[in-house]
Design a protein around this ligand. Structure first.
Ligand code: NAP
Length: 254
C-alpha cells in the first residue's frame, strides 16, 4: 500500500521514539517527510530517504517564529498534506515542589507550540489551498495526546494539564474546522518504550505496577502508535473528526 505517495507530511519530534516510527512508516508509504526536532536528526535522516530535517526548539519559539517555520516549508514544497503534532516532554516532581520554569516549558512545548503550528497550517489551508482545489483534498492533523488526557498521572501535573489541553483543542478545532475539509484527531498512546518513559522502566517498582495493569501485559512499541496515526491521516478516516483514540494495550478499558 502506498497511501501517502508524494504527500508532504510534517512531523514534530521526528528524530526519535514515536515521531521517528511515524517518519519511517509514512516514508515507506511514499511520503516526503519534513521532520522537526531540537537536536540531531542524523540517524533518522540516514534511514529515511525522503526526509528533510529541521532543527527547531519549540520551548523558546514564539507564535511568529512558528509561523515563519510553516511558511518556509510551504515555500519549499508548495503545500502540507499532513501535520503530526508529536513533539513532547515530561518533567516529574511532586505538585508542591513543581517549579514555574518546568510548568511553563512543558505547557509551551506540549500545548502552545502545537496550537500555533496547527493555527499557521490551518490559516494557509483556509486562505489558499481550499480555494485552489478543483479536486477536493483534505488537510489531516493528528495530535499525540496521552492516557493523561484522561487520567491524573503520578507527579506529572504540567504534563497532565498539557495532555488534557491537547485533547481539548483537538475537539475545539474539529468543531471549528470540520466543515473546511480539515480532519483533526488525536492518538492517546499507552505506555510505549521510548526515551520519554525510560525512567519508569528503570524503576523496578513502577515498571512492575505498570505492567500488571496493562491487559496485554507488555509495553507498546513506537510503530504501534505510527499505524494508528497513519490511519487517522489516511482517506479511511475522512469521516473521523475530533476523536481521541487510545492505543494502550487495553489500559483504559480496565
Ligand atoms: P521521546 O522519544 O522523548 O521523543 C520526544 C520528541 O519530542 C523528540 O523528537 C524531541 O526532540 C522532541 N522535542 C521535545 N522537546 C522539544 C522541543 N523543545 N523542541 C523541539 N522538539 C522537541 O518521546 P516519545 O515517547 O516518542 O514521545 C512522543 C510523544 O508521545 C510526546 O508528545 C509524548 O508526550 C507522547 N506520549 C508518549 C508516551 C510514551 O509512553 N512514550 C505515552 C503517551 C504519550 P529532541 O530530542 O531533539 O529534543
Amino acid at each position: 500500500m502506498n497511501r501517502f505517495t508524494d504527500k508532504i507530511v510534517v512531523i514534530t519530534g521526528a528524530n526519535k521514539g514515536i515521531g521517528a516510527a511515524c517518519a519511517r512508516e509514512f516514508a515507506a508509504q511514499g511520503a516526503q517527510v519534513v521532520g522537526i526536532a531540537r537536536s540531531s536528526h542524523a540517524q533518522i535522516a540516514e534511514e529515511v530517504k525522503k526526509y528533510q530535517a529541521i532543527q527547531f526548539d519549540f520551548a523558546t519559539a514564539t507564535a511568529e517564529r512558528i509561523n515563519d517555520l510553516v511558511q518556509g516549508i510551504l515555500e519549499k514544497y508548495g503545500r502540507i498534506d499532513v501535520l503530526v503534532n508529536n513533539a513532547g516532554m515530561i518533567r516529574r516532581a511532586p505538585a508542591v515542589d513543581f517549579s514555574e520554569k518546568d510548568w511553563q516549558e512543558v505547557l509551551q512545548v506540549n500545548l502552545s507550540a502545537p496550537f500555533f503550528l496547527t493555527q499557521a497550517v490551518a490559516r494557509w489551508w483556509i486562505e489558499r489551498r481550499m480555494k485552489e482545489q478543483a479536486e477536493p483534498a483534505r488537510l489531516k492533523i493528528v495530535n499525540i495526546a496521552s492516557l493523561l488526557s484522561f487520567q491524573g498521572g503520578i507527579t506529572v501535573p504540567a504534563y497532565t494539564a498539557s495532555k488534557h489541553g491537547i485533547a481539548g483543542i483537538t475537539k475545539a478545532l474539529a468543531n471549528e474546522w470540520a466543515g473546511l475539509r480539515i480532519n483533526i484527531n488525536a492518538v492517546a498512546p499507552g505506555y510505549i518504550a521510548t526515551d520519554n518513559t525510560q525512567a519508569l522502566r528503570d524503576n523496578a517498582e513502577r515498571n512492575k505496577a505498570i505492567l500488571s495493569r496493562i491487559p496485554q501485559g507488555h509495553w507498546g512499541e513506537p510503530n504501534e502508535i505510527a499505524g494508528t496515526v497513519m490511519f487517522l491521516a489516511s482517506k479511511d478516516a475522512d469521516y473521523v473528526n475530533g476523536a481521541i483514540l487510545n492505543v494502550d494495550g487495553g489500559w483504559l478499558g480496565r
